[in-house]
Design a protein around this ligand. Structure first.
Ligand code: ADP
Ligand code: NI
Length: 234
């Protein structure tokens, strides 16, 4: 009679530290070299920002780190608008590491809710951990890095940089937001300049204000140059 071997891999319980380290390696492998601003370094910055924000909050850091690491693992924008694929991919990964089901559910809810969906579409988060990761993700869309990412994304979609005849659209639904937007400068008005007033945490608001001011400066200079004008410096 054949003796059934215990499935050792199933009985190994990884520490939270190991789960985070393995998740980091996994995400790095999937997103390294991605060319639209949703690459590994975006994840790295979001994780760092999330930690900075979490220092001032009584949050579950394990969930914050996992959600920050996995939030763009399979973004709907790159999967035909499929909003389920992100949470599903994260769930499959975390299940393979035997993470506690409550934590998996929490992380997947954050990933499902985190995205911006248009100027007039509310995107409330269901937990403090979600609010922290959403703030961190949105902060990386602002400031100098936000500007760089915006043009990287626009280029990847063959968007026009600017067309003064095309006015920004304040999208009323997620469907509209998904369908329209093909002028990169308009994305500042349709999203980036609106984010400072949609921050959840006190720390997020402070960081957003600084980055917002920098984007306004950039846009002023952009229009100055567009109009063939210049600032007299002497
Ligand atoms: P979220 O994390 O809220 O889903 P996105 O992944 O849509 O945010 O956006 C991340 C960044 O990608 C944006 O902040 C922006 O820089 C860029 N981006 C997204 N859509 C556009 C667009 N239509 N034009 C230019 N940049 C865009
Ligand atoms: Ni992101």
């Amino acid at each position: 009679m054949q003796i059934q071997q215990p499935d050792i891999s199933r009985s190994v319980i990884l520490s939270e530290q190991d789960i985070i380290a393995q998740t980091e390696q996994y995400v790095q492998k999937v997103l390294m070299g991605e060319g639209t601003g949703h690459d590994w370094w975006h994840i790295h910055r979001v994780r760092t920002l999330a930690r900075t924000i979490a220092k001032n909050e009584r949050a579950n850091l394990f969930v914050v780190e996992l959600a920050a690491l996995l939030h763009d693992i399979a973004d709907w924008k790159f999967h035909n608008g499929n909003q389920e694929i992100g949470p599903q991919t994260a769930r499959a990964w975390l299940s393979s590491l035997h993470v506690d089901l409550a934590d998996i559910n929490h992380v997947c809810t954050i990933i499902k809710d985190i995205s911006y969906k248009g100027a007039h579409v509310a995107t409330p988060m269901k937990s403090l951990e979600g609010e922290i990761v959403q703030d961190a993700d949105r902060l990386d869309a602002l400031g100098a890095i936000g500007i760089a990412r915006c043009f990287a994304f626009g280029g990847s979609r063959h968007q026009v940089i600017y067309d003064p005849s095309q006015k920004p659209i304040m999208h009323a639904s997620f469907e509209e937001y998904q369908a329209k937007s093909n002028i990169t400068i308009n994305h500042f008005y349709e999203k980036l300049l609106l984010l400072k007033d949609r921050m959840n945490t006190v720390t997020g608001k402070k960081i957003a204000q600084e980055r917002h001011t920098f984007m306004e400066l950039f846009l002023n200079q952009f229009y100055t140059e567009w109009n063939g004008e210049f600032h007299q410096l002497d």
